[in-house]
Design a protein around this ligand. Sequence first.
Ligand SMILES: NC(=O)c1ccc[n+]([C@@H]2O[C@H](COP(=O)([O-])OP(=O)(O)OC[C@H]3O[C@@H](n4cnc5c(N)ncnc54)[C@H](O)[C@@H]3O)[C@@H](O)[C@H]2O)c1
Length: 254
Amino acid sequence: MFKLTNKSVIITGGGSGIGKAMAVLFAQQGAEVHIIELNDQAAADTVSEITAAGGKATSYACDVSNQQQVIDTFAKVGKIDILINNAGIAHIGKADTTSTEDFERVFNVNVKGAYNCLYAAIPALKANGGGIILNTASIAASVGITDRFAYSMSKGAIHAMTLSVARDYINDNIRCNCISPARVHTPFVDGFIAKNYAGREEEIFEKLSKSQPIGRMGKPEEVAALALYLCSDEAGFITGTDYPIDGGFITLNN
Ligand SMILES: NC(=O)c1ccc[n+]([C@@H]2O[C@H](COP(=O)([O-])OP(=O)(O)OC[C@H]3O[C@@H](n4cnc5c(N)ncnc54)[C@H](O)[C@@H]3O)[C@@H](O)[C@H]2O)c1
């Protein structure tokens, strides 16, 4: 079960954290992995790790918020079976403490970046007789979380985008779902703690860990396992659905 033999998979943000764990697992399952990354070195390191283990992977330096770069990069990849829109950036702030620049930066990467990849990938998926799209949303799309104004809005857009795409291409044999992790221990979390809570890193890490009723943050590998299921043939009846993976965050915080 869950084999991806010879499937061509694009993973954005596959150089770090959740995207890297997906790239490693998908390659183990037989996929040919294409990592689209802003951080060339991180992407090259993931590719080295995959190829050293006998898997197939290639990295492409690309900023997903730049449509021309995305179009050119997807043209180099060619055949696509699976697209994972995973690249994303964090931001801490409320409506009245979020600058226009930060608002636009978050939307350009988290929302426009996903749209750019859909725009480039869907014709290729259709030409290939169908395929699978998986978007990384967040629990912030469905729960009010303190100080995550622009980020939460961007992930709400990812959820809505998932429903729209799932509906529009259902007759083209394209399935589209999203996953909504709670806190997962990756450089993304360490980065925003270091940037926004200097000197209180341990306290905030502990607080964020305990915000999941299960008592800890998720692991990137746990998220990758859910992604693998949703991108496998075994999940052929699933489309237009959001999957929380959250240690009980949404339903058990009472
Ligand atoms: N870690 C969490 O707690 C958590 C929770 C919910 C959702 N998410 C989402 O999961 C996804 C991955 O998060 P992560 O924790 O693995 O983050 P991460 O920072 O470890 O990895 C994200 C990767 O995306 C790349 N990236 C950023 N901007 C890019 C751009 N413009 N073009 C191409 N690549 C770009 C970065 O270089 C980085 O390698 C994000 O969409 C994030 O919003 C994370």
